[in-house]
Design a protein around this ligand. Structure first.
Ligand code: HEC
Length: 191
């Protein structure tokens, strides 16, 4: 009877011990899984956070780039508008200059045509003013315009008399208007 009891106890102890081992294993297994799960969860959330942060950074970079591009465009538009304006100004200037040169060239190539008021002067001063009138006057072609106007006004007033024939020239100038004197002086000065 005593032997049976001891045997039973021994068996119980063995079973208990085995159960203990088994429990320990299970606990270890559960722990391992829990740690792995926790690590996995942590890793996943860190990865998720990084992904979000990266997306945010990419978005910010995109916005900044768009802003810079918009600014650059505004600047470029301003510059090109200025360039267009400047080109237009230069074009107008160049056209005006070309017109001026054309006129100057035309004037240089076209011989000055005598105004009607010069008709009565031809007999003494020559068709182009290059004759010394009655062999006495100075050549009037090519003289300065203002000097010619002064001469004519002085003859008109009776104050000019170079070769003793001022009176004769007074008769010529007396009936001339300021416009006629100017037209004649303009013509003679251009020869
Ligand atoms: C009948 C001839 C005759 C006619 C026409 C005549 N002149 Fe004269 N002209 C003279 C004589 C002569 C003199 C010199 C007068 C003097 O003694 O100052 C003279 C002098 C001048 C001078 C001054 C030249 C100088 O530098 O001393 C001018 C300018 C002039 N004549 C312009 C004209 C004009 C313009 C006309 C036409 C509107 C004209 N003459 C018509 C004979 C004439």
């Amino acid at each position: 009877m005593k032997k049976i009891t001891i045997f039973s106890l021994a068996v119980a102890a063995i079973i208990f011990t085995a159960c203990g081992e088994e429990t320990k294993k299970v606990v270890e297994e559960v722990n391992k899984t829990a740690i792995a799960e926790a690590v996995k969860k942590d890793t996943v959330s860190a990865f998720e956070t990084a992904k979000i942060k990266m997306a945010e950074a990419a978005e910010a970079a995109k916005v900044a780039a768009a802003e810079m591009a918009a600014e650059a465009k505004v600047e470029a538009d301003k510059m090109s508008a200025e360039a267009v304006e400047k080109a237009a100004e230069l074009k107008v200037e160049a056209e005006a200059k070309a017109e001026e040169l054309t006129q100057a060239a035309t004037a240089a190539l076209t011989p000055a045509s005598p105004p009607a008021a010069y008709d009565k002067c031809k007999g003494c001063h020559g068709v182009d003013g290059k004759t010394a009138a009655l062999g006495k006057s100075a050549i009037i072609a090519g003289q300065d315009k203002e000097a010619l106007i002064t001469s004519m006004n002085e003859y008109k007033a009776g104050t000019k008399n170079v070769a003793g024939m001022g009176a004769l020239m007074k008769g010529q100038a007396a009936t001339m208007s300021d416009e006629e004197i100017e037209a004649v002086a303009d013509y003679l000065s251009q020869i």
